[in-house]
Design a protein around this ligand. Structure first.
Ligand SMILES: NC(=O)c1ccc[n+]([C@@H]2O[C@H](COP(=O)([O-])OP(=O)(O)OC[C@H]3O[C@@H](n4cnc5c(N)ncnc54)[C@H](OP(=O)(O)O)[C@@H]3O)[C@@H](O)[C@H]2O)c1
Length: 386
């Protein structure tokens, strides 16, 4: 089997690349990279393998230069004749930013870029499967505090916390405009955080949110809301197993499900046991996030309820000195807290039945192995581009 993979340098794509490279069925993995030269692209791919000491085989891993933003990407891929033997296209590249300042780029990459890949993939002579890495969060923000099933999405009427999930929802609809159902496989991971092995994950994105929450300690979020979080190695193992499995469906949640979900409270207990030199965690209503933001701008009304938590305000002052830093942290954290409030649990029955994989451990259990990495995260640096 020959695979064309996008997003190989990312958190999920990197793990998929290494996992796929170990499968005997896989002959070649062509990787689309937005590097200037083949030498630079090769170096980036070698880094993906060297991070955890995996073997890079240059006979098997083939870099292909291209950017989802290139107007002529489809034509370039069509004219790259060695790609004619591709059987599986695995599209993991995306702009995953939650920041509204990146909305235009997010749309361009996740809708425009996907369309260019599809226009090339659909004319491949041997295409068996177009595997799209979607996201379970496309169900939107109207669905709250319950188990969510695959067939509820894509739903054009859903409303979204961030442009990113909207574009991922649109992406699924666009795929169906271009390809027949039997060539489509959609894997929708829930929230991917860390790695369940005692190793540093490829990217600290969502770990940043956890590290920031750990430092702040007074958190405007419902501590009892269910959180569907999985480690990246589980996501990659499940997606690769799904590709080779006998499947009864087109769309699969790659998620913790009811058995593997956690809560902010459970995560905070685990964090407290490792970082016991900070104030105890205190969870307040999410609506108080605005008061926190006002406080960081010195515009908080004197009668504000937030002053009840004066000891935390003093702790923030002592720890961060500059309120601008706190504003940066809470602005970055805002969409994450929004997702945490929703209380989504993504049903994973399809995955467990068709792939025969075990449930993941809950994040408050598997994350114990990563506490040394959480400690090293520079939360202010991460807040600049969360
Ligand atoms: N992380 C999660 O919690 C999560 C959860 C559910 C679903 N997903 C889905 O999983 C997929 C991978 O996400 P991730 O977390 O691995 O993201 P990531 O770490 O940000 O990686 C994104 C990848 O896409 C590539 N990319 C971005 N823009 C590109 C462009 N214009 N042209 C070519 N390549 C481009 C990046 O390449 P560069 O290295 O060159 O930037 C990188 O390899 C996405 O489709 C996302 O929607 C992620």
């Amino acid at each position: 089997m020959n695979i064309f993979l996008t997003g190989a340098t990312g958190l999920v794509g990197g793990e998929l690349l290494v996992t796929l490279s170990k499968r005997s069925e896989v002959k070649k993995i062509y990787c689309l990279l937005r590097s200037a030269t083949i030498e630079q692209a090769t170096e980036r791919l070698k880094k993906v393998f060297s991070l955890h000491g995996d073997v890079y085989n240059e006979e098997q891993i083939v870099p292909v230069l291209g950017n989802l933003f290139d107007d002529n990407l489809t034509e370039t891929l069509k004219h790259t004749k060695q790609l004619d033997d591709v059987d599986v296209v695995l599209h993991s590249a995306a702009n995953t930013s939650f920041s509204r300042f990146n909305d235009e780029q997010v749309e361009k990459a996740n809708i425009g870029g996907l369309t260019k890949i599809l226009l090339w993939a659909k004319q491949l002579p041997h295409l068996q499967t177009f595997l799209y890495i979607g996201t379970a969060t496309i169900c939107g923000k109207d669905v709250t505090h319950r188990v969510v099933y695959e067939d509820e999405s894509p739903n054009l009427e859903a409303t979204h916390l961030v442009k990113y999930t909207y574009t991922k929802m649109k992406g699924e609809l666009i795929i169906r405009e271009h390809l027949p159902e039997d060539k489509i496989l959609i894997a929708r991971p829930s929230i991917i955080m860390g790695d369940s092995r005692p190793i540093m994950p490829r990217s600290p994105v969502i770990l940043w949110a956890m590290a920031t929450i750990n430092h702040l300690r007074l958190i405007p979020v419902n501590e009892h809301s269910q959180l569907d979080i999985i480690p990246v190695n589980y996501a990659a193992d499940a997606i690769v197993a799904l590709l080779f499995a006998k499947r009864n469906h087109t769309v699969y949640h790659i998620s913790a499900g009811e058995a593997g979900a956690t809560t902010a409270l459970r995560l905070s207990k685990m964090l407290s046991s490792y970082f016991d030199d900070m104030p105890p965690f205190n969870f307040i209503n999410n609506s108080m996030l605005n008061q926190v933001k006002h406080w960081t701008k010195d515009r908080l009304a004197p009668e504000s309820e937030l002053y009840t938590y004066k000891n935390y305000l003093d702790y923030w002052h002592e720890t961060f000195e500059d309120k601008g830093k706190l504003r940066l942290l809470f602005t970055g954290l805002d969409p994450y807290l929004g997702f945490m409030e929703l209380g989504h649990v993504f049903d994973n029955t399809r995955l467990l039945e068709d792939v025969g994989i075990e449930n993941t451990e809950p994040a408050d259990v598997y994350m114990e192995k990563s506490m040394a990495f959480v400690e090293k995260i520079d939360i202010l640096e991460g807040a600049i581009d969360p």
